[in-house]
Ligand binder design. Structure first.
Ligand code: 5GP
Ligand code: MG
Ligand code: MG
Length: 171
């Protein structure tokens, strides 16, 4: 395992992101919406550093991979989401890759009546984006490698690691 971003680096950057977010919302109440499961650790760490009136909720977004005819379709499940009409939403995810997930989820939240949606991601993979979309808060730009840890998984393992790592061949 190669460590790409250490636990200390993550901690320091999440502190800074919380400060950026507080400046952006300037005392206004925010509803944080995390995209499970990758958002888990990032969301838990970040919201504890945000001193604003705050609610937190979660949704899931999974790509259909089973069928051959439909590609790029995303199933969004929001049955755990409270009423977000008129709310200012801070949408959080672990990583921005092609941008398809976040673009679709932002549209979905606007559809549900959100007053605004800002997006925060811990990681942004460079050179991978396929849909035009600008996140408001980015932790670290990273090279095009498959990363794990701090919420990110490989076959549902490694999410608990406190750092961001890259698996070596055979690991
Ligand atoms: P997008 O819709 O932006 O292509 O995909 C974003 C999702 O793909 C992320 O929320 C994450 O679940 C998954 N993903 C993209 N790149 C990586 C990666 O390097 N490592 C892991 N573990 N998941 C990734
Ligand atoms: Mg994800
Ligand atoms: Mg995954």
């Amino acid at each position: 395992m190669e460590v790409l971003i250490t636990a200390d680096q993550v901690r320091a950057r999440v502190d800074e992101m919380a400060a950026e977010i507080m400046r952006a919302y300037d005392g206004k109440p925010v509803t944080v919406v995390g995209i499970l499961t990758g958002c888990l650790i990032f969301t838990a760490d970040l919201i504890r550093r945000i001193d604003l009136p705050l609610r937190v909720a979660f949704i899931t977004a999974s790509s259909y991979r089973g069928t051959t005819t439909v590609s790029g379709l995303l199933e969004i499940r929001d049955d755990l989401l409270p009423d977000i009409a008129g709310r200012h939403i801070l949408l959080l995810d672990d990583i921005l890759d092609t941008g398809k997930t976040l673009a679709r989820v932002v549209a979905h939240l606007i559809d549900r009546g959100a007053a605004s949606v800002k997006v925060g991601v811990l990681l942004r993979k460079l050179g991978r984006q396929e849909v035009p979309f600008e996140p408001d808060f980015v932790g670290f730009p990273i090279p095009d490698k498959f990363v794990i840890g701090y919420g990110l998984d490989f076959n549902d393992e490694y999410r608990h690691l406190p750092f961001i790592g890259v698996l070596q061949p055979g690991e």
